[in-house]
Design a binder for this molecule. Sequence first.
Ligand SMILES: *[C@@H]1O[C@H](CO)[C@@H](O)[C@H](O)[C@H]1NC(C)=O
Ligand SMILES: *[C@@H]1O[C@H](CO)[C@@H](O)[C@H](O)[C@H]1NC(C)=O
Ligand SMILES: *[C@@H]1O[C@H](CO)[C@@H](O)[C@H](O)[C@H]1NC(C)=O
Ligand SMILES: *[C@H]1O[C@H](CO)[C@@H](O)[C@H](O)[C@H]1NC(C)=O
Length: 788
Amino acid sequence: MEASMERAVQKRQVLYLCVFLGMSWASAEPLRYFVVEETERGSFLTNLASDLGLGAGELSARGSRIVSDQSIQFLLLNLLTGDLLLNEKLDREELCGPTEPCVLPFQLLLEKPFQIFRAELWVRDINDHSPVFLDTEIPLKILESTTPGAAFLLESAQDSDVGNNSLSNYTISPNAYFHINVRDSGEGNIYPELVLDQVLDREEIPELSLTLTALDGGSPPRSGTALVRILVVDINDNAPEFVQSLYKVQMPEDSPIGSRVVAVSARDLDTGSNGEIFYAFFYATERIIKTFQINSTSGNLHLKAELNYEAIQTYTLTIQAKDGGGLSGKCTVVVEVTDINDNPPELLMSSFTSPIAENSPETVVAVFRIRDKDSGNNGKMVCSIQDDLPFVLKPSVENFYTLMTEKPLDRERNTEYNITITVTDLGTPKLKTEHSITMLVSDVNDNAPAFTQTSYTLFVQENNSPALHIGSVSATDRDSGTNAQVTYSLLPPQDPHLPLVSLVSINTDNGHLFALRSLDYEALQAFEFRVGATDRGSPALSSEALVRVVVVDDNDNSPFVLYPLQNGSAPCTELVPRAAEAGYLVTKVVAVDGDSGQNAWLSFQLLKATEPGLFSVWAHNGEVRTARRLSERDAAKHRLVVLVKDNGEPPLSATVTLHVLLVDGFSQPYLPLPEAAPDQAQADLLTIYLVIALASVSSLFLFSVLLRNRAALGGRCSVPEGHFLGHLVDVSGTGSLSQSYQYEVCLTGGSGTTSEFKFLKPMIPNLLPQSTRKEVEENPSFRNNVGF
Ligand SMILES: *[C@@H]1O[C@H](CO)[C@@H](O)[C@H](O)[C@H]1NC(C)=O
Ligand SMILES: *[C@@H]1O[C@H](CO)[C@@H](O)[C@H](O)[C@H]1NC(C)=O
Ligand SMILES: *[C@@H]1O[C@H](CO)[C@@H](O)[C@H](O)[C@H]1NC(C)=O
Ligand SMILES: *[C@H]1O[C@H](CO)[C@@H](O)[C@H](O)[C@H]1NC(C)=O
């Protein structure tokens, strides 16, 4: 500093020194002249002649000149005046560089006489250069861990000026971390040193740019700058840190494998491998390792296996994040498994009884327990059976249920029940389990055998062979097994006084009925008896039915002629007036047949005649009429044979012989009568009752004929009061007589030309044999059935 002040004073006094140097002319010391660099050419330095004490004109006369070692002629001497002028603009830095002082020696040479004077031109510095940094950017790497106080030498600036104008100070742009320390090398060189004031944090300020300024000591000072780029170098001074220390996640238990559970994330402020994070489980249990998987780079936690709420509800995992430098951080992940209704209810049958006897009071059929592994509503259950079954479910403790019969069961209505127990949970969606059981109902003998009909009517042909199967009865029993096995029997008559007619037998196993002997329709048209059916239950139950056997007629009776009587003792002779017109009714053959139905349908036919063609017989009613008008030529006596045939298969027949006498004019009527008849004859009314009873045990044929000869009385039938109603009943068409009917017949001989039998209304029979009447009275239905 002292040196630079000295230089400044020298500079200001350059001209005064010239005077002073001129005074030292006589000494051996060279003359000294001072000039400031960059002074304009031609500037006056001194008057050398006067400085040396030479007279005017002596310099030129003695042949004077300036001599120097410098390549350039930097001085100019005016020989006439002796003035020394600056011939060049001098650059101190060019002439002397860093050398200080910058002295340019020169000599004044006088030739006549020879004389030399030594002199010096001192070139003084001005501040015409600024400090310059060779590199305008100075990179600097500093570890963030560096302790305060550490110093970093920086590049020096250069300044061509010397002395006070050379570099004198360095400064740095204001900042919190560094200051500059100017060091002196001891040789006048100074250099800057960057000193750390406080710890650097790369994570806070990763780099720093500061401006370094170099100042020289000139007045005014000049400066130059360079940029110091400080890169803060990272050290692993940060451990990874999780964003959250606790992650809580809920995972439905049915989450598929591979589902992402959570993404954990940690941060590390360091860079490079110091900031590179790897995630891993920290002391995980085997179960956690089996269930979860963590992506070491992304921190994504995935499911590796299925969750099961019923097994584990919560997992607690510790996840570690580690950086490349070995520092680590931890977080906790709590995975709560949420229940899904993934378990259907279960039914565990404890006991089941089948069959259950019918007619039993409330009975326990089954005991069972239900359960559901889910929780909450997913595990709540309701239990039910079908509505239409006679069973009830009774809940008990611990999800136990009893299934009971609600009322006595009836095997005959339902032999079995299919019971479906449905257990449904209350989850969403609802899951259900169905359990089906088949409960059998066992039989109790509570049903008697029942005949298929309350009464049976069987038909047979009469004259059957003994032991003929005539029919069957059948009874069923709604029970089962031996309770339903039926045995048939014949029951004794209800009236104990009646003898048991052993006409039939029964097969006890199948109810087949057999005739024990040949039946005769004419003797017994129908009969009835009771059959019983008994089961093998204990106690046995039984029932009965009525069997009615109707004997079917066989054509086993020939027609029987009632009129004219054929007993032969007094042949009947019909009188026919010769004046009779064609179609005159001669007589009517009346016949009956012991059989019934078709077997008793009769037809008539003329078999023989004395004079063929004179008489004809009506096939259906047996009327015998003249076929033509009679003449005198016709013989008086005629004999006719009439065939009466029934309609049975094969037909049976009978013949009857008629005697006809032709009489002249309108003679008194003549009524031929059997020998016994005249005793009973009346004057105007002759009634003949013919009662023929073809009675057997059960049948009766009755016939009565009223013959009334009304011809003599004017040809009209008179009907007895209150007894005959007098109108004609037409039985035409069949020519047969219905059995058991009583007919009133009258013979009319009206107006002398016609005379005929007339059948009047049927009469209620009043002539019944004792035995028959009794039977009829005792069995009213029997009467109806056979058509009485
Ligand atoms: C250098 O500069 C600093 C800051 O401007 C100043 O405090 C210091 O005194 C200076 N040093 C010299 C030798 O001029
Ligand atoms: C981990 O996650 C990264 C980024 O998501 C992915 O590229 C990589 O494949 C995953 N690694 C495995 C093993 O899944
Ligand atoms: C019970 O189920 C069985 C088998 O499905 C069936 O054969 C039977 O008819 C059912 N019984 C009733 C009473 O529904
Ligand atoms: C240089 O500066 C110092 C202090 O300011 C002064 O004492 C000295 O004289 C100066 N030197 C010159 C040659 O000007």
